[in-house]
Design a protein around this ligand. Structure first.
Ligand code: MEV
Length: 433
């Protein structure tokens, strides 16, 4: 075993009992840990940190803002560094299970990450080409000039930041009607921007040049979300895991690897974590959703985006996925809450943010599989779900604590609770008291 990367004991102490604290105490701890400032807290406390005026600049026909709960998952140590993970989600249990599982890993294992590749893909499509090989030859022999032209004009901003267009790859797609389609992949290093806008601009800039060069018509110019040339990988190891538990987790993982019906749910659990951080940091979660599901179906059969296996006495998990995000551009720096969340993560680059996202997805997956192969998913889920059921009823503030207590008892007795049970219990309570 190489030197295990452990977190800061002071941060670990401040994470202790975090979920049991009041909101004010949690905020104080986050300030003590250096993840938030009092100014950040003031913004977070505002009734509407995203003003209607600002929202009006983001989208059309604005009529309001849609608030979501924002929480933090604690106990995360990734590549030996402590992180507090901001998560915007309406689903109960996600933040609690991420924190609990991160604690387990902190105590008995580690999370490591790496970036594989660094180029995003823009597609220029030539729907029908007379002679594919001729088109390919023309583009390949003029590739350097095309790249230079784009890098010195439309992409000069990204070039100034150390990125830019690095390559062009020509692919042939047989259309099935006897003709061929040519697709040019424009490979762009977008640095810390998610890059959708710049990639689309680059492809559109190249369109007339390519049409002139090839004498063929260009169809679409658009980025591809399946950026298999820029993957984020996260690995988790739990050392000396209890053998029965390790075996059960591996079995649970195998199910998702072999069966697309289970794989979809497994991957939904992964996205529970990833989406929550994407939303909190103002990133395009639809792009990452599309990318991850496309990558999960890459082999021709949709499968699990995560794998778990045992080696010696240790449990190992891995996720490898195209997670294209930005720390600049889009609304990342414009949305006041996203700005705070990004700052809280102390990330230096978009690649680092993508690796954190991969790690959070894998932690969330471990939490779900562990629960599913041991106590089942309901136990953790239901306690918080009961609280939501109670809140959705017309119980008064005074009635809520007793109603929740009765709901927990009902759950223990009949293993499930519905809205009908809530009405029944509430009516009984009102008769008695
Ligand atoms: C629920 O939101 C997510 C799970 O279904 C994920 C899984 O089954 O792995 C618990």
């Amino acid at each position: 075993m190489s030197q295990r990367k452990v977190g800061d004991p002071q941060i670990e102490a401040l994470c202790k009992g975090f979920s049991k604290l009041s909101r004010q105490e949690r905020e104080t701890r986050l300030i003590q840990m250096g993840f938030l400032t009092t100014e950040d807290i003031t913004i977070l406390h505002q009734e509407n940190p995203l003003t209607i005026d600002l929202a009006n600049h983001f989208v059309e026909n604005v009529i309001g803002c849609f608030p979501m709960p924002l929480g933090v998952a604690v106990n995360f140590v990734i590549d030996g560094r402590d992180y507090v993970i901001p998560m915007a989600t309406e689903e109960t249990s996600i933040i609690a299970s991420a924190s609990k599982t991160a604690k387990w890993i902190r105590e008995q294992g580690e999370i490591t990450t790496q970036t594989l590749g660094g180029l995003c893909i823009g597609q220029i499509q030539l729907p029908i080409v007379e002679n594919f090989n001729e088109v390919k030859q023309k583009i390949e022999s003029n590739k350097s000039e095309l790249i230079d032209q784009a890098n010195h004009s439309v992409a000069r901003g990204i070039v100034a930041r150390g990125g830019g267009i690095q390559d062009m790859i020509i692919r042939r797609i047989y259309r099935g009607d006897g003709h061929s389609m040519a697709v040019i992949h424009v490979m762009v290093d977008t640095r810390d921007a998610m890059g959708a806008n710049i990639i689309n601009q680059v492809c559109e800039f190249l369109k007339p040049h390519i049409e002139k060069l090839t004498n063929e018509k260009v169809g679409m110019c658009i980025l591809s979300n399946l950026a298999d040339t820029k993957l984020s990988q996260a690995k988790i190891t739990i050392y000396d895991i209890e053998p029965q538990l390790g075996k059960a987790i591996v079995e649970g993982s195998l199910f998702a690897q072999m069966d697309p019906y289970r794989a979809a749910t497994n991957n939904k659990g992964v996205m529970n974590g990833i989406d929550a951080v994407l939303i909190a940091t103002g990133n395009d979660w639809r792009a990452v959703e599309a990318a991850i599901h496309a990558y999960a179906g890459y082999s021709g059969q949709y499968g699990s985006i995560t794998q778990w296996y045992m080696k010696d006495n240790h449990l190992h998990g891995v996720i490898e996925a195209p997670i294209i995000v930005g720390t600049v551009g889009g609304v990342t720096r414009l949305h006041p809450v996203a700005r705070i969340c990004l700052k809280m993560l102390h990330v230096q680059t978009a690649a680092e943010l993508a690796r954190i996202l991969a790690a959070v997805g894998l932690v969330q997956n471990l939490a779900a599989i562990k629960a599913l192969v041991t106590e089942g998913i309901n136990k953790g889920h239901m306690k918080l779900h009961l609280s939501n059921l109670a809140l959705a009823s017309d119980a008064t503030q005074e009635e809520l604590p007793l109603l929740k207590q009765h709901l927990i008892e009902r759950l223990e007795k009949q293993k499930s609770v519905t809205g009908k049970d809530v009405i029944e219990i509430l009516n009984e309570m009102r008769k008695k008291y």
